[in-house]
Design a protein around this ligand. Structure first.
Ligand code: DAH
Length: 389
């Protein structure tokens, strides 16, 4: 070529001139022999960036591109040459569209490859939690569920009672004589007296649920009662509202040996240890005779408590054989049936198992505390899969 094009824009100028020549005399013009089309084709096939590609496409085939504007007046040409010009235009467009399409594919593929090379997925990173997994189960709820799971496996059912109780169910029916000093051991929140002199109160323990159950159900009875309890008390290990779980068995042959076995099995399952050593100490509760307090063997290590071995003891619950007066008060003949019962602090065993130091934090609703000590909502405790797994 006499004047070899220096750039793509030069090629465009040559092409627009050629289009004018085509429109003047289509029969005498042959696109393929001018070399312009193949020069454009080879330019397009070498473009390396999306910007270059886009520029070439727009300047050739875009609304204001050389080919589009060059043939815009096709309809005004003399009818004699119009079909031949149209034919030429078609060939030109086809010759340009092919390399444009190929260039686009090439750029897309190399773009994808570049992304794949630059981005990487670290499969060892933890999976982000789904929104419904972000909430946390409070340790109290978790321990309720764990305790219920263990006793359900032994054939116990869950009984419930109200937080606001009568003096009668909280004390009198449980063999606390009127004005007996034993009532003072439980710093009770009383409501104002009613006109008849009776007073409602916030239950100080879950034991009134024993009364409610025995009054409404004939033996054999096998229940646990987890719930809220209240005493006017507040320090690092006491809060005015706390939680207990009560257990009650009433049957013809119930005896202390059964109680001991149940508590031992419970402690092993709850603390998730193969063996526990327990110590039963004589104690006093108005509603049991004999009454016992139970310690379990533990080891204290750097402020943490470990169960299963060691030479320390930790008190975890109170228990005993249900006092004949209580059975009688609840319409059960103590000459026919015997019962045993126990009660323990849920908060206390939660603190022991999961190592929280201050009980008050349980009730402060601090989201950071909860996300640290809380449990994942879909990890329901089961004996088979592990309670706290
Ligand atoms: N109610 C007792 C308390 O709150 C705990 C308790 C002790 C419950 C012995 C019982 C029991 O059922 O037999 O201190």
């Amino acid at each position: 070529m006499a004047n070899a094009p220096k750039s793509f824009d030069d090629l465009l100028i040559i092409l627009s001139k050629e289009i004018i020549e085509i429109k003047a005399d289509p029969a005498s013009f042959n696109l393929s022999t001018t070399g312009t089309t193949s020069a454009i084709q080879s330019y397009i096939s070498q473009v390396a960036t999306t910007a270059e590609y886009e520029n070439a496409r727009v300047k050739l085939l875009g609304k204001h591109g050389v080919i589009t504007t060059g043939f815009a007046d096709l309809g005004n040409l003399p009818p004699k040459i119009r079909p031949a010009v149209g034919e030429q235009r078609k060939e030109l467009v086809a010759a340009i569209e092919a390399p444009i399409g190929a260039a686009q594919k090439k750029l897309q593929a190399s773009g994808l490859e570049a992304r794949l090379n630059s981005e990487s997925v670290d499969v060892t990173l933890p999976v982000r939690e789904a929104p419904f997994e972000i909430g946390r189960v409070h340790p109290i709820t978790q321990v309720f569920d764990e305790v219920t799971t263990i006793f359900a496996d032994m054939g116990f059912s869950v009984a419930e009672g109200p937080d606001i109780e009568t003096d009668d169910y909280n004390f009198t029916k449980l063999n606390f004589p009127e004005d007996h000093p034993a009532r003072d051991m439980q710093d009770t929140f009383f409501f104002n007296p009613k006109p008849d002199g009776s007073r409602l109160l916030l239950r100080t323990h879950t034991s009134p649920v024993q009364v409610r159950t025995m009054l409404s159900q004939k033996p054999p009875i096998r229940i646990i009662c987890p719930g809220r309890t209240y005493r006017s008390d507040s320090d690092q290990t006491h809060t005015p509202m706390f939680h207990q779980v009560e257990g009650l068995v009433v049957d013809k042959g119930s005896h202390l040996g059964h109680l001991k076995w149940i508590l031992e099995e419970f402690c092993k399952a709850f603390f998730e240890v193969g063996r526990v050593k327990m110590r039963f100490r004589p104690s006093f509760f108005p509603f049991t005779e004999p009454s016992l307090e139970v310690d379990i063997q533990c080891r204290r290590e750097k402020g943490e408590v470990r169960f299963g071995d060691g030479d320390d003891w930790m008190e975890i619950l109170g228990c005993g054989m249900v006092h004949p007066n209580v059975l009688r008060n609840c319409g059960i003949d103590p000459d026919e049936f015997q019962g045993f019962a126990w009660g323990m602090g849920i908060d206390r065993i939660a603190m022991l198992k999961y190592g929280m130091a201050d009980l008050r934090a349980f009730f402060e609703a601090d989201i950071r505390w909860l996300s640290h000590y809380g449990f994942r909502p879909l990890d329901w405790p089961t004996l088979a899969a592990g309670l706290s797994a």
